[in-house]
Design a protein around this ligand. Structure first.
Ligand code: BDR
Ligand code: CA
Length: 309
């Protein structure tokens, strides 16, 4: 039986590709998508999620909009990475459908409570919606099988030297999720920066059909940022790594460790302090990704997304 999953996201180029990978993965049953402000405003991330699902022929999937801003911090955007639309590059048509009426956290609660089996949550943006879900619907949260999130890093940052964007954007929410007692897997920059999708892969996708061409055009735009800022020869498709490791568990190596979230310091805001060498004596609260079969991940991504009709 396929693994039931709910994806919370802020598309975003890599979120968009992650959604497509989920749709292309027979191991997963995507039951709905929720959106959060992050890479762009909530209005844009919601429209983008719908545009991507419609482009892939899955416009019937429910999309529910969630938090417009972080729990405590001022809202931010990542327009330098994802452009003004949040999905700059391809000429995707505007969304035809609208988000459902329900707020993301009420939709998630309903989907969790009505599911006969526990559901895997895959957050790919700031963790605001997930923190609100835990606070507002604690009973529903008990139906979460596990949380496999893209965010954090053991040893680097991307939005600041100390922090990864999703955790930095809403550190208070991230702290609540890591401290929740749920089974959390942290897929951070330590692994996503090691699995780059480059121009050759983009060409393969471009040749695979109309959806592949859209993905290639997303990669053309997104790759420019990674070339300029990091000197990378390709792009890390961060969010797709989280989806891939739910579908194909052997892709990542993880270590069960304690992760604390820095919320007080301005300098280190949103740092995921991973007790890699077990110096604190604190009980582990997350499976932290420490290794990735990069070749297998990239091959899986290109093959599956390229194979979508
Ligand atoms: C994360 O930040 C966002 O810009 C991406 O969509 C990804 O979720 C990477 O740090
Ligand atoms: Ca994202």
């Amino acid at each position: 039986m396929a693994i039931p999953v709910l994806i919370d996201c802020d598309p975003g180029h890599d979120d968009a590709i992650a959604l497509l990978l989920a749709l292309a993965s027979p191991e997963l049953e995507l039951r709905g998508v929720t959106t959060v402000a992050g890479n762009q405003t909530l209005e844009k991330t919601t429209a983008n999620a719908i545009r991507v699902l419609e482009a892939a022929g899955h416009g019937q999937l429910p999309v529910a909009a969630g938090a417009e801003r972080p729990l405590v911090r001022e809202p931010t955007r990542a327009a330098e990475v994802h452009g003004d639309s949040g999905l700059d590059g391809p000429a995707l048509p505007p969304a035809r459908a609208r988000a459902i009426e329900a707020h993301a956290i009420d939709f998630l609660a309903g989907a969790l409570l009505s599911s006969p089996q526990p559901v895997t949550l895959v957050p790919l943006g700031p963790l605001t919606n997930i923190a609100l879900l835990l606070a507002r619907h604690p009973g529903a949260a008990e139906r979460i099988e596990r949380v496999v999130l893209m965010g954090g890093a053991i040893a680097e940052g991307n939005v600041t030297p100390a922090a990864e964007f999703n955790v930095w954007a809403d550190p208070e929410a991230a702290r609540r999720v890591f401290d929740s007692g749920l089974d959390v897997t942290m897929v951070g920059l330590d692994v996503t920066h090691r699995a780059l999708v480059g121009p050759d892969h983009a060409e393969q996708l471009r040749a695979s059909g109309s959806l592949g061409r859209i993905v290639a055009e997303l990669l053309d735009f997104y790759g420019g940022f990674h070339r300029e800022v990091y000197g990378f020869a390709g792009s890390p498709i961060h969010d797709a790594v989280a989806v891939a490791c739910v579908a194909v568990p052997g892709l990542l190596e993880t270590a069960h460790r304690h992760v604390a979230i820095e919320c007080a310091s301005e300098l280190c805001r949103g740092r995921t302090v991973v007790d890699l060498w077990r110096r604190t004596g604190r009980a582990p609260n997350a499976h932290v990704a420490v290794g990735i079969d990069a070749e297998a991940f990239v091959e899986l991504l290109v093959e599956r997304v390229g194979g979508l009709a």
